[in-house]
Design a protein around this ligand. Structure first.
Ligand code: AKG
Ligand code: FE2
Length: 222
């Protein structure tokens, strides 16, 4: 008898170039990612609340791989933490990002080479205001993976922080890719649903989000 074919994952195009793929990561890879994020959070440059130029700090905590992001640039050292060299972005994570783009857009994505990952941790009170990801020097898609508690992800437009926008519930294991005409859309996380983390994940509270990006910076740039 033939093996049953895997069911194609549902894809929802929220806006042109912005695709939500629910339950894209299976439980095994989710657990592996949670464990690995815990290691990355310890450093060399530990996870921290990013300080903003206006004097505030972000409620979200972040650690970076490949390139370190601080407002509003990428550097090879964690210049606003402890100046440690940023940990490398592992090959398997870049490969996962390539598969994400291919699955979201149903096309090969061999040329998608993410060179940075931002790992965000949200406790129950953390939020991320509406913003554009625009510190990259190329307009390749952003790949976003969610783990742990569910959240409201607000996906807006390219012109303003306000309406029109679409609110989407992102659950543990979901993929969201935004590129093409949606690459510079405003987006944010207005709320996290406490205690919505699935059991068996190795985390009991909070939400992790990984975004994979192409900076467009030459590898030897400072
Ligand atoms: O947590 C999320 O889902 C979004 C994160 C984000 O927009 C960012 O890190 O720039
Ligand atoms: Fe963002």
């Amino acid at each position: 008898m033939n093996e049953p074919l895997p069911l194609p994952r549902a894809r929802h195009e929220v806006a042109p170039g912005a695709v939500h793929v629910p339950a894209w990561l299976d439980g095994h890879i989710q657990r592996r990612l949670v464990d690995t994020c815990r290691d990355w959070a310890r450093g060399p440059a530990p996870m921290r609340h990013t300080a903003l130029p206006g004097g505030g700090v972000m409620s979200v905590q972040t650690v970076c791989l490949g390139w370190h992001w601080s407002p509003y640039r990428y550097t090879r050292r964690a210049v606003d933490v402890d100046d440690a060299p940023v940990a490398p972005l592992p090959r398997w994570l870049a490969d996962l990002g390539r598969r994400a783009v291919a699955d979201a857009y149903s096309r090969p994505a061999d040329d998608y080479e993410p060179d940075t990952a931002l790992i965000n941790f949200y406790d129950a009170d953390a939020r991320m205001g509406m913003h554009q990801d625009k510190d990259e020097h190329v307009a390749e898609p952003i790949v976003s993976l969610s783990l742990g508690d569910a959240c409201v992800f607000r996906f807006g437009n390219r012109e303003t922080r306000g309406r029109p926008y679409t609110d989407i519930r992102l659950e543990s294991g979901d993929l969201f890719v935004f590129g093409g005409p949606s690459r510079f859309a405003y987006h944010g996380v207005p709320s996290v649903f406490p205690d919505s983390c699935p059991p068996g994940l190795g985390m009991t509270r909070g939400r992790l989000n990984l975004t994979l990006r192409m900076t467009g910076l030459p590898p030897d740039a400072l």
